[in-house]
Design a protein around this ligand. Structure first.
Ligand SMILES: [Zn+2]
Length: 463
């Protein structure tokens, strides 16, 4: 890559909107100089307002291909559908997926993410082994497939191989449907190690680790993998599903006498390396404790709505200064706008109020608050230098379409409000990741071929 100089009439910098901004991108794809109030000169002029690309901190890529297949009451069922009946559909779907199919599905998903304005993804990866539960010859085969899909699409990736050892609290034996997910701490750390060796010098890839949930590990195995990961990389991200379902809270209480977040805070002192996915069901003390820990709450409002999880205590968590970011999780929606909009709308509906998450300060832009918080929390959770137009960060950004009616004549201070709350058309025009243009005028460079491969996979899966 050669050095690039770009010019934006409006750009969202860490302290707010700035005018006439010159962005210099070095040959490695990092921002190395940013000048406000600059002249355009010979710089390439960007077509519209520029935002940092949004990190998507929680993804199960293969689930993109089953989006829409669980929105009917199953014949012969009682009609009492829940997260747990959805999970059975997911287990059946995952049963026969091949590495090639997983890669094709992930590639399609990542192209869609980029077009929607996500420029990095946290892949919470639990599908490790063959259909009979035996590991592939390369133990990291499936992880490599999602990393390859990310590489081909251009999105940055934090790959989080998942430790899944048990079927429920109290080291309950795993079920048949979970056989492709199972590892002990040793084998999981081997996957982490080989992936780290392969991607040590790649600025687009970070390797972390994810104990699946408190259902799937014990205190001992959790300690073991966290210590092992720390030995390999003391700053590597650790993600964990927590307190998504009421039943999960009840089972945790029955097994340990503690609620899930309470248990984790007491037994494991999560810190800034940690990202707790969902954290939907928390007491007031847990909410404050999690906010004070510095860990990120990974929120997935569209999936949490789709699965009937419940509402995250966003008002109290934000008031306590908690860090948070967004993920598209099951990918029934691939849009940062929709995640942010529904985070606020859930609160409006529950409280019968407006501008609930705007925080302090008269005239504060709600859209700006939501977008900035999600950038910061997402970057922290993915453990990469992303999420801001700032010297030393990756050149990951989104150029909005100035011709989008919803953004027309909008002053910069209201752009994010309009983008998040006032439209249904994707306003993303161009997307650069790590200094490379991936999306131009709304199209990804490889979208046709990627879609062709994806359609072929779906034909096989749905036949
Ligand atoms: Zn998840």
């Amino acid at each position: 890559m050669t050095r690039q100089t770009l010019f934006a009439a409006n750009a969202l910098l860490p302290d707010g909107w700035a005018e006439n901004v010159r962005l210099e991108v070095d040959a490695d794809g990092n921002l190395d100089q940013i000048t406000r109030g600059a002249a355009a000169g010979a710089a390439t002029r960007l077509a519209g307002p520029v935002l940092p690309g949004m990190p998507n901190l929680h993804s199960h890529a293969f689930q993109r291909a089953m989006a829409g297949l669980a929105e009917h009451v199953a014949p012969g069922s009682s009609g009492d559908d829940s997260f747990w009946t959805w999970r059975e559909v997911m287990y059946r779907f995952v049963g026969a997926l091949t590495p090639e199919q997983v890669q094709a599905i992930a590639a399609q998903l990542y192209v869609e993410m980029l077009k929607a304005g996500y420029t990095a993804v946290g892949e919470f990866h639990y599908l490790h082994h063959g259909p009979d539960g035996r590991p592939y010859d390369d133990i990291a085969e499936m992880s490599r497939r999602t990393i390859a899909a990310a590489g081909a699409s251009g999105i940055g990736i934090t790959q989080l191989p998942v430790l899944y050892s048990y079927g429920g609290f109290g080291a309950e034996k795993a079920g048949e449907g979970q056989r492709r997910f199972l590892n002990d701490p040793n084998r999981l750390l081997r996957i982490v190690e080989v992936l780290k060796d392969s991607h040590e010098d790649d600025p687009q890839v970070r390797i972390g680790l994810a104990p699946h949930s408190l259902r799937a590990v014990t205190l001992e195995t959790l300690d073991e993998v966290v210590a092992g990961l720390t030995g390999l990389d003391p700053a590597a991200p650790i993600h964990l599903h927590i307190a998504e379902q009421v039943k999960e809270v009840e089972d945790c209480l029955a097994c340990s006498g503690r609620r899930p977040v309470e248990w984790l805070l007491e037994n494991h002192a999560p810190d800034r390396r940690w990202c707790l996915i969902h954290a939907t069901h928390m007491s007031e003390a847990e909410t404050k404790g999690l906010a004070a820990s510095g860990a990120v709450a990974g929120l997935c409002p569209t999936t949490e709505a789709n699965l009937g999880d419940g509402l995250f205590p966003a008002v109290d968590f934000l008031a306590a200064g908690g860090a948070w970011g967004i993920g598209s999780d099951s990918h029934i929606s691939v849009s940062p706008i929709e995640e942010l909009r529904w985070l606020e709308y859930g609160e409006r509906l529950a409280r019968r109020k407006r501008n609930v998450l705007a925080g302090e300060g008269a005239d504060a832009s709600l859209g700006h608050r939501l977008y900035s918080d999600a950038l910061a929390g997402g970057a922290q959770a993915l453990g990469r230098p992303i999420g801001a137009l700032q010297v030393g960060r990756r050149a990951d950004f989104v150029v909005l379409d100035p011709a989008a009616p919803v953004l027309s004549e909008m002053p910069a201070a209201r752009l994010l409000d309009a983008m998040i709350f006032a439209g249904n058309r994707n306003p993303v025009r161009d997307v650069m990741v790590g200094g490379e243009w991936l999306v131009c005028e709304g199209s990804h460079r490889d979208e046709r071929k990627v879609l062709e491969d994806y359609r072929a996979v779906l034909r096989t899966l749905l036949s």
